[in-house]
Write a protein that binds this ligand. Structure first.
Ligand SMILES: Nc1nc2c(c(=O)[nH]1)N[C@H]1C(S)=C(S)[C@@H](COP(=O)(O)O)O[C@H]1N2
Ligand SMILES: [Mo]
Length: 420
């Protein structure tokens, strides 16, 4: 057995034992994001151990962490209201207009007033020709935890932008969703037009997204249609999308910018624990699992460091660059992709999955996640701090010195392990 196989077996054994202990008390599936959410509020959950065997690469829709501002937030509106305000497929409309506060010129705007807004059928018509699918992670700039790892489907935004015939004075676009017709409740994001019109090699287009994990986008996820910006933090991926403005304004007029965030920050590479043992026996190996977020700088290694609490920490080395880090194993692509896909099988994802072999073209996938695992051992009883970090594809330790957490939360995580 190689190391990964042994680990997989260990996890199964561990899970089985745990199952026997808890009986059928709570066999609900727990996902990575839920575990993290619990940990964030300081309540580790007894199902943690069980969850290890339930790790799924793609997050099920219902297990995403949901964000949506508004009073009430759009996903809490009753069904009749959703119908009335264009938040069901039948009544949804998208406007693409020149910004009235700038001199942008657009020849064929999609406008409700002129009866030319883009509706669901028109979007589906575009989808027949232009639909793309890709896997990417949603993470909030301000949170340590990915909100969910999705397989998204949509029409590249540029297809609709070109149909609106922009002719001059367009440098950026900004966009927002339904907000109870109250400007104060509007959640807006913006993009440079250049990023919309083309993609760096290996990067995916920004899409008008209507499916997650091969199912229509639910209202919680921002349906019928949301923006998905695959290389940005979640705030660019506006939900309940209804209006896009083409503008000559050169500033990032994002709602998130007003809240002191760096809105053009790319996703950061970082590692987090999923399962760590509270207590282990001296000299005996114990399994640890985690997840790595693969950001703009890629991922080459996940590392961990077990440090006795009674030994002092190195001075003037807040990122522990001189510590005795050891390599963990980055898990290979899953056979079962999870996410509620039937049998865990992916539909065609030609951008990321080789259509002949059915395997990812690159691994790990950028702007996505990778699970990792390792066995830890300690000879001497006592209390230890277990930490994890990543080495990016440029060979640089992440987090690198970066006190600016408003550009994306990225810290070395530390948990306690007792050795008996
Ligand atoms: N309309 C709207 N879209 C929104 C938001 C919002 O408050 N309103 N929050 C954004 C932020 S800050 C994040 S992190 C993501 C979260 O996406 P999720 O709810 O699908 O996890 O949604 C983004 N899209
Ligand atoms: Mo966010």
């Amino acid at each position: 057995m190689d190391r990964i196989e042994r680990l997989a077996k260990e996890h199964t054994d561990l899970t089985r034992r745990h199952f026997l202990k808890i009986g059928s008390a709570g066999a609900a599936a727990v996902t990575v994001s839920q575990l993290w959410a619990r940990e964030n509020v300081g309540r580790p959950h007894p199902l943690l151990t069980e969850a290890v065997s339930k790790l799924e690469y793609l997050t099920r829709e219902e297990n995403f962490i949901t964000y949506g501002r508004g009073n009430p937030p759009p996903h809490k509106l009753p069904p009749e209201k959703l119908h009335q305000v264009g938040l069901v497929r039948k009544t949804w409309q998208l406007e693409v207009l020149p910004d009235p506060d700038s001199n942008a010129k657009v020849e064929k705007p999609f406008s409700k007033e002129q009866g030319t807004a883009l509706n669901w059928d028109a979007l589906m018509k575009l989808a027949e020709k232009h639909a793309v699918r890709f896997m990417s992670v949603i993470t909030c700039t301000n949170d340590r935890t990915p909100y969910g790892m999705g397989l998204w489907e949509g029409v590249p935004l540029r297809e609709v932008v070109w149909l609106a015939r922009p002719v001059s004075n367009v440098r950026r676009l900004f966009y927002y969703g339904y907000h109870n017709d109250d400007p104060k409740q509007r959640f807006q994001s913006s993009l440079p037009i250049g990023r919309v019109l083309e993609d760096p090699p290996g990067e995916h287009p920004i899409i008008l997204c209507y499916k997650l994990n091969n199912q229509w986008l639910t209202i919680d996820r921002g349906g019928p249609v949301r923006m998905i910006v695959p290389d940005a933090y979640g705030n660019k991926s506006v939900k309940w999308l209804q209006r896009i403005m083409l503008t000559n304004d050169y500033k990032a007029n994002d709602t998130y910018a007003l809240w002191n965030n760096d809105t053009v920050s790319h996703i950061k590479t970082c590692a987090r624990f999923i399962h760590t043992p509270k207590k282990i026996k001296a000299g005996q190996p114990a399994p640890v699992t985690g997840v790595a977020q693969v950001g703009m700088s890629g991922l080459s290694k996940v590392q961990y460091w077990l440090h006795p609490k009674d030994k002092s920490l190195p001075k003037d080395d807040p990122y522990f660059t001189n510590a005795q880090w050891k390599d963990a194993d980055i898990l290979p692509p899953p056979k079962h992709w999870g996410g509620g896909l039937p049998d865990g099988k992916l539909p065609e994802v030609p951008r990321q999955i080789d259509t002949v072999t059915g395997k990812p073209k690159h691994w790990p996938i950028r702007n996505a996640i990778a699970h990792w695992a390792t066995l830890i051992t300690a000879e001497r009883p006592g209390k230890y701090d277990l930490r994890c970090r990543t080495i990016d594809a440029n060979g640089i330790a992440q987090p690198m010195p970066r006190p600016f957490h408003k550009s994306g939360n990225n810290k070395i995580q530390s948990v306690q392990v007792v050795v008996e």
